[in-house]
Design a protein around this ligand. Structure first.
Ligand code: ATP
Ligand code: MG
Length: 438
């Protein structure tokens, strides 16, 4: 295997415009404006990262990162529509309507500036904040395919690490020593999976080995960062492949231990989760919205049901309540790994707790489910359960049909009139207070 990462050891290979397929048409007008203005002001100005890689692969990049030797303050001086963000390492955000172009000043690689880099005990980088030049910036990047720089001055591509070749071979290769790079930032393991799934790349065997050694380091990553990464992993239209790869490489178990435990022993649950990730991908590709709470509810369903069953038996709780309490407990466990904001956990618990109510198809209370604020999500969840054999097809059909029925038809479906008249009490009487017993 070649070593792509002997730092600062060589000059870039410069691929002139005539020798590569990356066309400016692939880049947004706003990104080009930023690049040209920096260039005109005498700064180096490159596109870097995912947008260059995706353009080479004809994947139509949507998100553009600019790298330059101008400092953040110099960038701000050039653009009216510019904000500096980040405390530790400042980046410039140049805004064009809803589009934001991120402009970063070249940064020295962590491994070159040992005095300025803090590592934790496992070698994770805690701080790296030294500006540098492009031939330093390149070595801090994760994969060779992410370290290609498109130079606006002459439309050439600068390749220090063999990235062009790796894109052509469709391989994800970490720059430098894989073991060290994963220790520095364990999220790179998840990024490897995400890019492998999205780009249909294979992962360099040395990287695979390093992932297998270091999967456990994911527990050191701040839980909030893992939630952001979870969203990118599962909501970018490649959730199915991502899910398979995460499991294959032992990373899913680190992210969702309780889920993995059930997946490993329950093939029906696995089919259910697979149906859900496929469904998520279909929605993303159709441009429909996806909410993380739905997929999280799916991941938690089997372990929550298991916990709920214990509660139900030991504490004689009604099923709905047991599910809600069990979901609460599981979320609390899970938060230590991935912190899920309350705005997702609360509706998720409601969605799970509503499941038993789909089995009741008679009476007013059953009909009231239709107007529950979480009905839509709970219904979709129930449909998925029906599709994988957890619930009778007729039950699912019933709830599908009643949604489009008129008032009278609906009353008949729920058999509202079937109750004997004498059971109905006049409204007024129910409110009357019981006589006080002295
Ligand atoms: P996409 O936008 O498709 O998710 P990307 O490669 O652009 O892919 P970003 O997260 O936008 O990914 O990051 C931009 C670039 O910054 C990357 O291509 C990579 O060069 C560098 N980078 C991002 N995260 C890391 C990391 N954890 N370690 C090292 N380099 C990173
Ligand atoms: Mg990007």
């Amino acid at each position: 295997m070649k070593n792509s990462g002997s730092p600062r050891s060589h000059a870039p290979k410069i691929i002139p415009r005539a020798a590569h397929n990356v066309s400016r048409k692939e880049f947004s007008k706003s990104a080009l404006k930023v690049l040209y203005r920096l260039d005109k002001a005498g700064y180096q100005s490159f596109l870097v990262g995912g947008c260059v890689r995706d353009a080479m692969l004809e994947l139509h990049p949507k998100d553009f990162d600019v790298a330059t030797n101008a400092t953040p303050d110099e960038v701000r001086a050039l653009f009216g529509n510019c904000r500096l963000i980040g405390r530790r390492f400042r980046l410039a955000h140049v805004r064009f309507g809803r589009e934001i172009i991120e402009v970063a000043t070249f940064r020295a690689a962590a491994i070159h500036v040992d005095d300025d880099v803090e590592h934790d005990r496992e070698g994770r980088i805690l701080r790296d904040n030294v500006y540098g030049s492009i031939d330093e910036d390149v070595w801090r990047r994760d994969f060779t395919c992410n370290a290609l720089y498109y130079n606006i001055a002459d439309f050439s591509i600068w390749d220090y690490t063999g990235g062009v070749e790796d894109v052509e071979r469709r391989q994800l290769v970490l720059i430098g020593d894989p073991e060290q790079r994963l220790r520095e930032d364990p999220v790179r393991m998840l990024r490897a999976i995400r890019f492998a799934a999205k780009l249909e790349f294979s992962i360099d065997p040395a990287v695979v080995r390093a992932i297998h050694h270091h999967a456990g380091l994911l527990t050191n990553v701040p839980a909030a960062r893992l939630f952001d990464e979870f969203l990118k992993l599962f909501q970018s239209g490649h959730a199915e492949r991502t899910f398979e790869l995460l499991r294959e490489h032992g990373l899913f178990a680190e992210m969702f231990p309780a889920t993995e435990q059930e997946l490993a022993r329950d093939s029906d649950f696995l089919r259910f989760v697979l149906a859900a990730v496929r469904n998520t991908d279909r929605r993303v590709h159709a441009g429909k919205s996806v909410t993380p709470m739905f997929l999280l509810g799916v991941f938690f369903w089997a372990p929550v049901r298991k916990l709920a069953e214990i509660r139900r038996v030991q504490e004689k709780m009604p099923e709905s309540q047991a599910l809600s309490v069990a979901a609460y407990d599981l979320v609390a466990q899970q938060q230590r790994r991935i912190s899920i904001p309350r705005r997702f956990t609360v509706p998720m618990r409601e969605m799970l707790a509503l499941q038993p109510r789909f089995l009741q198809m008679r009476g007013k209370r059953a009909m009231k489910l239709l107007s529950h604020r979480r009905f839509r999500a709970a219904y979709d969840f129930m449909l998925l359960r029906a599709r994988t054999g957890q619930i009778a097809g007729e039950t699912a059909d019933f709830w599908t049909d009643v949604q489009t029925q008129s008032g009278d038809e609906r009353a008949a479906s729920f058999q509202l009139n079937a109750r004997p008249a004498k059971q109905r009490r006049p409204r007024g009487r129910r409110r009357r207070k019981k006589p006080q017993v002295p």
